[in-house]
Write a protein that binds this ligand. Sequence first.
Ligand SMILES: [Zn+2]
Ligand SMILES: [Zn+2]
Length: 336
Amino acid sequence: MLKKSKMNTDSNCTNMGDEEVKVHKIEIPTPYKVGDVNAFLVKGEALTIFDVGPKTQEAYGAIEQGLKTAGYTWQDVEQVVLTHHHPDHAGWTDAFPHAEIMGHEYNDLWLKHDEDFLTYHEDFYRQNLFESGLPGGIIEKSIQVRREMAWVGSQPLTKIINDGDEIPGHPGLKAIETLGHARSHFIFYDEASHEVIGGDLLLEKITPNPLIEPPLKQGEPRAKSQLEYNASLEILRALPVSTMYTGHGANLTNIIPLIDARKVRLHDQALALYEMMTKTEEITPLEATKRMYPRVYEHQFGLTLSKTVGLLDYLESLHKVTTFKRGGIIHYIRIT
Ligand SMILES: [Zn+2]
Ligand SMILES: [Zn+2]
């Protein structure tokens, strides 16, 4: 039996839509620097949890406690919906014995731990790092596709969600594809209450990294993640959001100033990189990363490279730089 009354009195519990629909926040520890990740238990016509932490024992304990506080057990949850495939969000898909597991098509490939998919990733990064100007000797140790796979769930999706789909059991709660931070990213927007479950699209204190990822279909060009992310922020901006339930940190109620601040910061960072390039020099993504993040690039190479490539893609979109390949290596040069 569903124990609605207990959810109603919980301090972590707020309304979504009409009085009967409740959102219960569960804070889950992660092994990452970002700290806790938030899952949201939503009781509508179905009991659904959005995101399920990393697959660690600490996270399992936190989810179990969160379910208990809301008056439920693992068995009661009818649906697991994933905002995106990152290990801090898509871990415990295995732990809900009766739940449908739902998410983006791209998410499913991670949950399947598919050998061909992982190899395809490694090949893509090998090529991408070479094109970025990395010396051959350090390319292999920079490829870390499998390092975090132990924290990713191994129960694949039972239902694929597409852009615009309504979440079963939650009339008016629509999935909106919002790529950029991940190639599997959705937010879930409630048309009645204007509340949104936002994953990592917009966070209180952190700017999500526009991660470089291989395209879903082999042979397609690399997606420009930063530009996709900017477009996703514009999708969010156009919605009359009342409350945004975010993947990390506090709920957001006034998102427009935060979106604006993020855009200004991106623009300033991109111009700072532009100013670091002299008028005639040709620089590789690796060299640009070293200049932009001289102190941290060696320790956080993947993250700083993707951020820098994002800035370069953005500058290219403003027609401030252009790109060409020499010897298979990408170079950027200022236009003005
Ligand atoms: Zn993420
Ligand atoms: Zn996250």
